[in-house]
Structures are given as C-alpha cells and as structure tokens.
Design a protein around this ligand. Structure first.
Ligand code: NDP
Ligand code: PYC
Length: 308
C-alpha cells in the first residue's frame, strides 16, 4: 500500500492508485500469499538471497535492504536476489531507499510475456523495469526507472480506461500490425523502447533477473499465471555499489565528479530523470493528493465489495 500511495504522490499514475484493483484481484484469485514470511535463504559473501514465500516483493526488499547496504559498504558491491515474489510496483521506491543510505544501486525484474522482441510479432519479453540511482548530498538522488517497453503496460491500461488512442509506435495487434488501439495492444504485443537496444536490455533482464537467479522468465511467468490481468510472480535482482570503494586510489571524489556531470546536463537546459517526480512529490506534500472522479468511484466500488 505504501508504494501505491508513493506512486500517486509522485504522479506516477501507472503505478499509483489504479494498481489497487489489480492487487486485490490477485489476492482474491489466491495468486499471492498475504501472510508471507520472507526469510534469508542464503548469505554467501556478496550475494544475499531472500525467499519471498510467495508474497509481494516489497516486504522481501524491506527485509533485505539493510543487509544489502551493509554488505556493499563492506565489500564494495553486493547483490540482493529475491525469489518467489509477486511484483506489481515501480522500482524507484527501492532505489531511493538504497541511495538514502549512500550507495549507488540498480534494480531489475521480468514481468510476464507482453512485449514482442524487436523484429518479432508476438508477446515474449516482459515490460521488464530497470532502475538506477546515485546518491547526492543535500538534494534528491539521481534516479531513473523505466519499463523496457516503450511505456509501462499500466499506461496502456490507463489509455484504455480513458478511451484514448495510444501514441504511434507503442504496440502491435494480434496480427503483428501497428496499432494505436489500447484494447488491440493489450491483446497483441507492446514494443520495446529503442528497437533492438531496448529489446537487448530487456533480454539481459530476463537472463540476469530470471535465468541467473533461478527464477521465472517472463514467458514462464505468463504460463504459470495464465493471464495478464493479475500481478505476475517471478524474482528480482538488486545490486548495490559503494562508489568510494570503487574510486579508491583514483583522483577525484566520485560524488563531487558526479555533481559536475549533473550540472553540465542541467546546464544545457536538459532535465534530470525523476525531476518531474520530485516536483510532484513536493506539491503533493504541501497540497495533498488529488484523485479524479473515476478514481474515487473505483475506490467506492472496491469498498462496496468489501475489498478496500
Ligand atoms: P516513463 O517513461 O514515464 O519514465 C521513465 C524514466 O525517465 C523516469 O525516471 C522519468 O523521470 C524519466 N524521464 C521521463 N521523461 C524524461 C525527460 N524528458 N528527461 C529526463 N528524464 C525523463 O516510465 P515508464 O512508463 O517506462 O515506467 C513507469 C514505471 O513503471 C517505472 O517506475 C517502472 O518501475 C514501472 N514498471 C514496473 C514493472 C514491474 O514489473 N513491476 C514493469 C514495467 C514498469 P520522471 O518520473 O521525473 O518523469
Ligand atoms: O506496468 O508493465 C507494467 C507492469 C507489469 C507489472 C507491474 N507493472
């Protein structure tokens, strides 16, 4: 619930209040363990492993994050593997929890087959999110967090709900033809961002955060769940780095050098990723979160059904 509220607060609509209904549907279908007891199943130097016990990934991450940070400071870098979790959320809350503790971090996970590989015609890869964060002194961290499809699947669903066409280049229909119809896109396939480049990064995520960690790839996750209308179950990989340890002995403080780079980016009038999100957060924290009439009626509907 905390990540859904955080999504809405930061104006990340594809992982905000709209996600509530899908999470409750997943619980009702018995596809996620609501009384999960995540535990460390291995602790081998740089590799920490948590068995999420079939529950949401968020609780497993909260258990593993402090030890991941400790181990990254101790060894220079460390990995947190989460197995057997249901994942419905954005990755930036996890990244920010790590950058807040002074480490740089990456997170990634498969989802379920819904994206055609570049040059392909049918769903195979997931929307596979990839996020990175770098801590900054006295200001919010540098964070990017994106789906490796052109947009998150949640965006397609929001377009469908709003009766709006998709931008060109987001999806193909069941026959493999380009479509701007969200319903046809949900039945067909989404497209990777940056054609072959996004397709390759998405495949890397299938390998590192699926195959390598002994968990499900996106096609396997879809086969296990049998639908894209519930939240998918698979694994997640989170990496943490201590920049000072990596820079050891080399000239220049890595955090100061990073600021030079950020200033040069902003100096050209470009914005940093997450800048929009942090501005939305500031506004929400002073003015509150505004929900649309449709969002209120969704909450009312869930309340009537005894689900919210
Ligand atoms: P967006 O394309 O909206 O944004 C991706 C990133 O790019 C954000 O960090 C964003 O910052 C940044 N960005 C956007 N525009 C610019 C710009 N003009 N200049 C610089 N940076 C920019 O996100 P997606 O639709 O790809 O993904 C949304 C969310 O969906 C992510 O949080 C992801 O984790 C989640 N997701 C989760 C999945 C799961 O399986 N759990 C699967 C797929 C996606 P800002 O926010 O400030 O705009
Ligand atoms: O928006 O693509 C998405 C997504 C899949 C799983 C959770 N979010």
């Amino acid at each position: 619930m905390r990540v859904i509220v955080a999504g809405e607060r930061d104006a990340c609509k594809s992982h905000g209040v709209y996600r509530l209904e899908g999470c409750l549907r997943t619980i009702k279908a018995g596809k996620v363990e609501t009384h999960a007891n995540p535990v460390f199943s291995a602790d081998e130097g740089a590799i920490l492993r948590i068995d999420a016990d079939g529950g949401f990934a968020n609780a497993a991450f909260e258990l593993g994050a402090p030890r991941l940070v400790e181990r990254a400071h101790e060894l220079g870098m460390a990995a947190l593997v989460i197995n057997d979790c249901t994942h419905f959320s954005a990755l930036w809350p996890e990244i920010e929890a790590l950058t807040d503790k002074g480490v740089a971090a990456m997170a990634m996970c498969p989802s379920y087959a819904s994206v055609a590989p570049s040059g392909g015609t049918a769903p195979l890869l997931g929307t596979n999110p990839f996020a990175f964060g770098w801590p900054r002194k006295d200001q919010p961290p540098y964070v990017f967090d994106f789906a490796t499809s052109v947009a998150a699947r949640g965006e397609i669903e929001l377009h469908r709900q709003a009766g709006k066409p998709l931008p060109e280049g987001w999806a193909i229909d069941r026959e493999g033809n380009p479509t701007t119809d969200p319903a046809a896109a949900l039945e067909g396939a989404m497209l990777p961002f940056g054609s072959h480049k996004g397709s390759a990064i998405s495949t890397m995520i299938e390998l590192l955060a699926g195959v390598m960690i002994g968990d499900l790839t996106s096609p396997e996750a879809l086969e296990a769940l049998g639908t894209t209308t519930l939240a998918p179950a698979h694994g997640e990989l989170i990496l943490a780095f201590d920049p000072t340890r990596f820079a050891n002995g080399r000239p220049g403080d890595p955090f100061e050098r990073a600021e030079t780079l950020f200033e040069a980016i902003a100096g050209q009038g470009a914005r940093l990723p997450s800048q929009r999100r942090f501005a939305a957060r500031k506004k929400s924290l002073t003015e509150g979160i505004e929900l649309s009439a449709e969002e209120w009626s969704m909450l009312e509907r869930l309340k009537e059904k005894g689900l919210a």
